[in-house]
Ligand binder design. Structure first.
Ligand code: IYR
Length: 224
C-alpha cells in the first residue's frame, strides 16, 4: 500500500497566551490525580467507560497497528474470580517471592495481598497487549513497539478517566496470566495492566509518600 495523504483537519492554532494557559490547566488537572485504593461501590454508567476507552484508542502506536484490547468488567461474578486469582498471586508475592528491596520500596504505600477493591469498585478494565494484529481487526501481522504503544494508550485511558472525574488504581498482579483466561482472550495477548475504576470512597485516604512528585528541574534539562 502506497502512502496516501489528506490535508490536516481540526488543528487548533492557539496564540501563545492561550497555549500557556491550557498547558498549565492540564498540569493542574493531572496534578490532582491520585492513585486510590479505597473505592465506593457506587455504579458508574457504562457509557462513561466507553468514552474513556475510545479516548485511549486514539493513542499513537507502532505502524498504527493499535495493539491494545480492553476488557471492561462490571459483572460481580467475574470481578470475584479476578479478586480470588489476584489475591492468590499477591499472597505468594508478599509471602516470600518478592525480594526485600521491592518490599522495602512498597512499605510506604502500605499495600498487602488483600485486594477488596477488585470487588468493590464498579469497573475493572483489563488492558491487553497484542503481539500480532495489524491496522485492521482480524489481521495477523507483526506489531511493533507494542509495550510503548499500550503504555501510551493506558496513560491516555488514565487521563480520560481522571478528567471524567473517576478514581483509578493501576494494578499489576504478577503474573497476570489468569486475566487472559478469565477475560477469554487469546494466548498471544499479554495482560498489561488491570485498571480499577470508580468513585473514591467517602473516607478514601492516600499514602503521603505518593504526594511527593519530582520537581521540573529533577526530571528535565533544557538545552537552549
Ligand atoms: N502487585 C502488588 C505489588 C505492587 C507493586 C508495585 I511496583 C506497586 O507500586 C504497588 C504494588 C500489589 O498490587 O500489591
Amino acid at each position: 500500500m502506497s502512502a496516501d495523504y489528506v490535508p490536516l483537519e481540526g488543528y487548533e492554532n492557539l496564540n501563545t497566551f492561550e497555549m500557556q494557559a491550557r498547558a498549565e490547566a492540564v498540569y493542574e488537572t493531572l496534578l490532582k490525580r491520585r492513585t486510590i485504593r479505597d473505592f465506593s461501590d457506587k455504579a458508574v454508567p457504562q457509557e462513561i467507560i466507553e468514552s474513556c476507552i475510545k479516548a485511549a484508542g486514539t493513542a499513537p502506536s507502532g505502524a498504527n497497528h493499535q495493539p491494545w484490547y480492553f476488557v471492561a468488567i462490571s459483572d460481580p461474578e467475574v470481578k470475584r474470580k479476578i479478586r480470588i486469582a489476584a489475591e492468590a498471586e499477591e499472597a505468594e508475592f508478599y509471602g516470600g517471592k518478592a525480594p526485600d528491596e521491592w518490599l522495602d520500596a512498597l512499605a510506604p504505600l502500605g499495600t498487602d495481598a488483600s485486594k477488596p477493591f477488585l470487588e468493590t469498585a464498579p469497573w475493572l478494565i483489563a488492558v491487553f497487549a497484542q503481539r500480532r494484529g495489524g491496522e485492521k481487526t482480524g489481521q495477523d501481522k507483526k506489531n511493533y513497539y507494542v509495550t510503548e504503544s499500550v503504555g501510551l494508550a493506558t496513560g491516555m485511558l488514565i487521563t480520560a478517566l481522571h478528567t471524567a472525574g473517576l478514581g483509578t488504581l493501576t494494578h499489576t498482579p504478577a503474573p497476570m496470566g489468569f486475566l487472559r483466561d478469565i477475560c477469554d482472550r487469546p494466548k498471544d495477548e499479554k495482560p498489561f495492566v488491570l485498571m480499577v475504576v470508580g468513585y473514591p470512597a467517602d473516607n478514601a485516604r492516600v499514602p503521603k509518600h505518593a504526594l511527593i512528585k519530582k520537581d521540573l528541574t529533577e526530571i528535565s534539562t533544557f538545552k537552549t
